[in-house]
Design a protein around this ligand. Structure first.
Ligand SMILES: Nc1nc2c(ncn2[C@@H]2O[C@H](COP(=O)(O)OP(=O)(O)OP(=O)(O)O)[C@@H](O)[C@H]2O)c(=O)[nH]1
Length: 441
């Protein structure tokens, strides 16, 4: 999961708060210290951590809880909202024709993100085209052109031309009729003055609507210095944090965003073109705390699934039969790796942890489940509570599976049902009581 360690240390700090018998200065100081430690370990810079701690302390000690909220819930809410504040608001993205320039350090994930963005806009009904202006990395041209071919996105590049500025000039004319024009530039370091100059020259060619800085989540403290240089040169309009699937850090990138007064536009959560998500501060923090990010899940579901695949409305009502579970697992398989999807579910509703077993629902398992379910009556599928030990034996005989396999299916259904129940409030609706309940306070 995204920033796993930070999430669990923050969760521990909040649990401490929830378990203390009274809320006073001592408890708040103690909890704030734990939060500081967790953030610093995740590479968030000290200045930002201090700002956050002071805000939490000031507000917790001076603000009175609003009506209907006790002081514990009140402090939890303050911590939550201040955490949301440090990640900032998401960069607004308009779904209209625009020109985007991608910049960043070598290997940060620019090229991959360029393709992901083209796909993102294509999915929203806009026609994208990309220009490869990376004339330094030998493989960049082929990488981007192959990704574009796979995605059916128009690609412009000049393999033998080393002059990135002229490529972009020609490319912009060539793809003028497209809605979304994305320019992928070479990776560069803040100290490479000639490359910084090249970036400024490309920037000067047209009125870019967005200049996205792509930052690897694992970049650490040097992120701020890099971001400042890029920002001074061309004025960054948004940041894309990549590889959030693979690191326990990410704080360096958050600090860079805060230091340059920019905001996060997207996050990269995997290597394939679909692994790009619109940044959502609430969702990001709730996912960090193991609350699950329902908004992201629903957005992803809407994008990938057809209506028949999964009935989200029905899921939100809390009714969740074996048939629902089956179509949901099928749908999840369509959406991408289960582990990633599971990180979007409210983990708290599953007791705080998704066991590894839950990630192992592969196509094979699904086939097995289908065979078992085919031996159940319609009534049993609608109401699995009816299935006691004699019915388990019958289903086992009928399906050729062992009774343990039948029990496993029922256990899995129960876990999924619990998770879905946690989603009942609907996407985006979060309150402290729900947070505390889901975190088992
Ligand atoms: N796990 C994971 N890998 C990613 C993500 N984004 C990019 N990558 C991988 O990171 C590596 C570098 O990505 P590129 O897109 O080639 O990086 P680049 O910034 O264009 O590289 P330069 O052209 O050298 O500047 C590749 O192996 C990508 O597959 C992500 O969100 N998650």
């Amino acid at each position: 999961m995204v920033l796993d360690n930070l999430g669990s240390s923050l969760k521990d700090a909040l649990k401490k708060l929830a378990n203390s018998s009274k809320i006073d200065k001592e408890v708040i100081d103690d909890v704030v210290k734990d939060i500081q430690r967790a953030l610093i370990q995740a590479d968030v810079n000290v200045k930002l951590v201090m700002k956050l701690s002071n805000q939490i302390k000031n507000r917790a000690l001076t603000e009175a809880p609003p009506a209907g909220m006790n002081s514990k819930e009140h402090v939890l809410r303050i911590v939550y909202t201040e955490l949301v504040n440090i990640v900032g608001k998401a960069t607004p993205i308009k779904l209209e024709p625009q020109t985007i320039m991608m910049v960043g350090l070598q290997g940060s994930g620019k090229t991959t993100t360029t393709a992901k963005l083209a796909r993102y806009f294509a999915r929203k009904g806009l026609k994208p085209a990309v220009i490869c202006a990376d004339t330094y990395r030998p493989g960049a041209y082929d990488q981007l052109s192959q990704l574009c071919t796979k995605l059916g996105v128009t690609f412009y590049g000049e393999r033998d031309n080393k002059d990135a500025v002229s490529i972009v000039r020609n490319g912009l004319k060539e793809i003028a009729k497209y809605d979304i024009k994305i320019v992928d530039t070479a990776g560069r370091h803040a100290l490479e003055t000639d490359l910084i100059q090249e970036m400024k020259d490309i920037y000067g060619l047209t009125d870019f609507d967005h200049k996205f800085l792509v930052l690897d989540a694992a970049i650490g403290q040097q992120a701020s210095e890099q971001a400042k240089t890029f920002n001074e040169a061309i004025g960054i309009t948004g940041v894309v944090i990549t590889k959030l699937d693979g690191t326990a850090k990410g704080g360096g990138a958050l600090s860079a965003v805060s230091d340059t007064n920019t905001s996060i536009a997207f996050i990269g959560v995997g290597e394939t073109p679909e692994d790009l998500e619109r940044f959502d501060p609430d969702g990001f923090i709730s996912r960090l705390l193991g609350m699950g990010d329902l908004k992201a899940l629903v957005e992803k579901a809407n994008e990938v699934l057809t209506k028949d695949d999964v009935n989200l409305d029905r899921m939100m009502t809390g009714k969740f039969t074996l048939n629902d579970m089956y179509s949901q697992l099928e749908a999840i398989n369509k959406m991408g790796p289960l582990k990633q999807i599971m990180s979007m579910l409210p983990l708290g509703g599953l007791g705080g942890n998704i066991t590894d077993d839950m990630y192992k629902v592969t196509q094979d398992k699904l086939k097995g489940y289908k065979i078992i379910m085919d031996s159940m009556t319609g009534e049993e599928k609608e109401d699995p509570k009816l299935i006691g030990s004699s019915r388990i034996s019958r289903i086992s005989r009928g399906s050729g599976k062992t009774p343990d396999e039948v029990r496993e299916l029922l256990k899995y259904h129960k876990m999924m049902q619990k998770a879905v129940k946690g989603m009942k409030g609907g996407p985006g609706k979060m309150n402290m009581q729900k947070l505390m309940k889901q975190m088992k306070f």
